[in-house]
Write a protein that binds this ligand. Structure first.
Ligand SMILES: Cc1ncc(COP(=O)(O)O)c(C=O)c1O
Length: 399
């Protein structure tokens, strides 16, 4: 199928819930993608942060191939070797206090599980979430997501959700009470502009939760698996959650997520309290085992930190050079360049330059490339951005 046929069929039959780029991708390898005509792109979108070990990582492909010849589905009510192997590896790399996992198939599902686990353990109804948060679009996850335009058409959402200002410990102290089951927070807010928690904030949340017997939930769906230069972003601040949501990168592109919890906390969940037909299926588990092995064997966490420093410095240089580039921020290879105008045109022009960019809010360029991106590719992206921003400034500010 050519690009025209592909987009025509998708536009005709797919629920029109995505704003589409004029691009049909047919193939991927490492940090490169190819469109239906065979043009190669550098991928700075990474499937919204999924492609951490690179597209079609050969180790992951091999693990999927082997497992697909053996067993693809096995319900959670039956034991399975691929699942046991993954759990061993996952708990080994998880923050030390998290020893139990509920396995599911997406980020939103992991948040749904976290909310239920927190309510079950504390027997309290209320969840405190953050301004600027994004936790997914299923009804429970949407209830703790901040963005009004996502929430408003689907009211009423979960009652007993309170929002407090991201980064403001004093306000959090006022918002959390003995009715609070959990506080949920992204250590670095991803969908709303790449905003790291200010130093000290997560530690204060930990203390506030402890003072009230509330649970602290970290949503590491976007930040996990080495993305930020630590295996988990919370490790930048040395704070442990009671529950941690993970997904995206977990199975190399196959749908997978998990809610990890402390032994005692997950112990509150009784048989039948929660389930998911595809959760922990052997195929996704085998892929996830290969992803974890690859991250550890190839030192991708260190790689994210090293390349992130290069990339961020390049973005900082752009922001020093161009008056319309406001700020470079982020950690590891979860980066952003805030621009003084709507970046949509830059995304479209980036495609013409064979770079796939991503936004995070109207005026923020977000970078979530595979951690296997090369320094040469990063320099090419920086060069393209430099030219595109210069050209955009010419048309906008010099008439
Ligand atoms: C921090 C965070 N939580 C949850 C989600 C929802 O994940 P999914 O789209 O897999 O439901 C996302 C997705 O972008 C996310 O960034």
């Amino acid at each position: 199928m050519n690009e025209e046929q592909i987009s025509r069929i998708e536009d005709q039959h797919l629920a029109a819930t995505y704003s589409k780029l004029p691009l049909a991708i047919a193939k991927g390898r490492a940090a490169s993608l190819w469109d239906a005509q065979g043009n190669e792109y550098i991928d700075c979108m990474g499937g919204y942060g999924v492609a951490i070990v690179g597209h079609c990582n050969p180790k992951v492909v091999e693990a999927i191939r082997k497992q697909s010849e053996k067993l693809i589905t096995c319900h959670g009510s039956i034991y399975n070797d691929a699942r046991a192997e993954l759990l061993d590896k996952l708990i080994h790399i998880a923050p030390p206090n998290l020893s139990r996992a509920f396995l599911c198939s997406s980020g939103a599902e992991s948040v749904e599980a976290a909310i239920k686990i927190a309510r079950r353990y504390t027997r309290r109804p209320e969840i405190v979430a953050m301004t600027g948060s994004y936790h997914g679009k299923t009804l429970g996850a949407l209830s703790v997501t901040w963005t009004q335009r996502y929430r408003e058409p689907f009211q009423p959402l979960l009652p007993e959700v309170a929002f407090t200002t991201f980064g403001d410990a004093e306000k959090a102290r006022e918002a959390v009470s003995d009715k609070t089951a959990a506080v949920i927070v992204e250590p670095i807010q991803g969908e709303t502009g790449i905003k790291p928690a200010p130093d000290g904030f997560l530690k204060e949340l930990r203390e506030i939760c402890d003072a009230h017997g509330s649970l602290l939930v970290f949503d590491e769906v976007q930040t996990g698996f080495g993305r930020t230069g630590r295996m988990w972003a919370c490790q930048h601040w040395g704070v442990q959650p009671d529950i941690m949501c993970v997904s995206k990168a977990m199975a190399g592109g196959l749908p997978m997520g998990a809610a990890l919890a402390r032994e005692e906390v997950m112990g509150a969940m009784a048989k039948g309290d929660h389930s998911s037909t595809f959760g922990g299926n052997p195929l996704s588990c085998a892929a996830a085992s290969a992803v974890i092995d690859y991250i550890l064997d190839e030192h991708l966490v260190e790689q994210a930190e090293k390349l992130g420093t290069v990339f961020k410095q390049g973005l900082a240089d752009l922001s020093a050079k161009h008056k319309s580039a406001r700020e470079a921020r982020g950690m590891g290879l979860m980066l952003a360049l805030e621009i003084r105008f709507d970046v949509h045109d830059l995304l479209l022009k980036g495609l013409k330059e064979r770079v796939l960019l991503l936004y995070s809010g109207k005026n923020v360029l977000r970078f979530l490339p595979p951690l296997v991106i090369t320094e040469e590719q990063i320099n090419r992206v920086l060069d393209v951005l430099d030219r595109l921003i210069s050209a955009e400034e010419k048309t906008r500010f010099e008439h």
